[in-house]
Design a protein around this ligand. Sequence first.
Ligand code: RB5
Length: 149
Amino acid sequence: MTILIGNDHAGTELKNVIMKHLTDEGYEVENYGTDTTESVDYPRIGQKVAEALVAGEGDLGILICGTGIGITLAANKVPGIRAAACYDTTTAHLIREHNHANILGLGARIVGTELAKDIVDSFLNAKPLGGRHQDRVDLITEIEKKYSK
Ligand code: RB5
């Protein structure tokens, strides 16, 4: 499985930890983030990962900024993306199972590295449950289509 990862300057350190964790676990990882702590604009990184994901360049995405919020907000503007920031392992598997999220957001200034690794594992090990959840995800897609050009 290929994971597309992206981060702004606030997420560089955590990104490096998560990339090592993922490669140790046997995932392929594509890095779309900055590798320095020099200030960059998180919407551009969120957009890059989101566009690459909908283009089929990977299976799932992980986006990291200070809170995990700004970068997921930006990613969610790309049709087909369902990104959500998580701060615990329960929401991390539920966004995959119930919301069929395809991008996990992490807040590098909010969660510690060990918790972040557990959140990532919880997200990646979960599967979309389909059924009534798919029906609700389809309703989200309908809203997206209504406001797309
Ligand atoms: C950068 O200072 C910070 O605003 C950004 O990483 C993120 O937390 C935005 O949502």
